[in-house]
Design a binder for this molecule. Structure first.
Ligand code: ARG
Length: 262
């Protein structure tokens, strides 16, 4: 039988193609790994972004960021075998920080909205919240329509901010932190404030002469936000949240921050 003589040019050509394929395969493999890995940078650290002006979900105590969301994130980090690192930043900077890969999760009493879900992935919801109107005790504002044409204080980039911007003729004044908004209201520089129910009831106690109107003006769910592509992390976080709901850890957290009669 005739055996074809090995052609050195062909061998080299095939070898180059083969090396190229192997390189392409590894490149693709590591790229997928990089995108799908549990935490975007260092798998042993889970970086949580928050805005610690939102009691009882996140606030400062003795220079430390503490609160419901911090405890929740600690449970998640524990489950992932990662150390939790907290980055305190402005609320409106959280989603850009996620996109830029500077944080892995945003845990900030963040409400799920259609608009936000276009650029971020949201976990299972962990808390049901409402938006409330806060006014001075002697105010003539009794409901949402009373806000027409009024000066409304909000925290920048929040759902309260969005709600206020939809009110006819209203002048919306944005502040970086929730407690600052109430200070403006107490000193009469705004007519009303729109804020989430839990922080509203917590912060209002620091001022005299303010009240939270009992009628909610919107229902929302808080969830943890992640980078749009981070499906693996979402799976793990959802699992932890569901386990916590089942085994009583979530109830214990609610009791810790809201008391027995929630
Ligand atoms: N729930 C509101 C939102 O998603 C307000 C959240 C503000 N959170 C904070 N940590 N300051 O827009």
């Amino acid at each position: 039988m005739h055996k074809p003589k090995p052609n050195p040019v062909r061998i080299i050509k095939n070898l180059i193609i083969l090396t190229g394929c192997v390189a392409a395969f590894f490149w693709m493999f590591f790229d997928i790994l990089k995108r799908e890995t549990v935490v975007s940078h260092d798998a042993s650290v889970l970086v949580m972004g928050t805005n610690a002006t939102f009691k009882p979900f996140e606030y400062k105590e003795g220079g430390q960021v503490v609160g419901f969301d911090v405890d929740l994130a600690r449970e998640i980090a524990k489950e992932l075998g990662a150390e939790l690192k907290i980055e305190d930043m402005s609320f409106d900077g959280l989603l850009p920080a996620l996109e830029g890969g500077r944080i892995d999760i945003a845990v900030a009493g963040m409400s799920v909205t259609e608009e936000r879900a276009k650029n971020a992935l949201f976990s299972e919801p962990y808390y049901q919240a409402t938006q409330r109107i806060i006014v001075p005790e002697d105010s003539k504002i009794f409901n949402k329509s009373g806000l027409i044409g009024k000066k409304i204080g909000v925290q920048l980039g929040t759902t309260g901010d969005i709600l206020a911007s939809e009110i006819k003729g209203a002048k919306v004044i944005q502040f970086p932190a929730a407690p600052n908004v109430l200070r403006e209201l107490a000193s009469g520089r705004v007519d009303a404030v729109i804020l989430d129910d839990a922080p509203a009831t917590q912060y209002i106690t620091a001022f005299t002469g303010l009240k939270v109107l009992s009628l909610p003006i919107g229902n929302e769910s808080y969830a943890i936000a992640m980078k749009k592509s981070n499906h693996t992390l979402k799976e793990k976080i959802d699992q932890t949240i569901n386990h916590m709901k089942e085994d009583g850890r979530m109830d214990a957290l609610l009791r810790k921050y809201f008391g027995e009669n929630r």
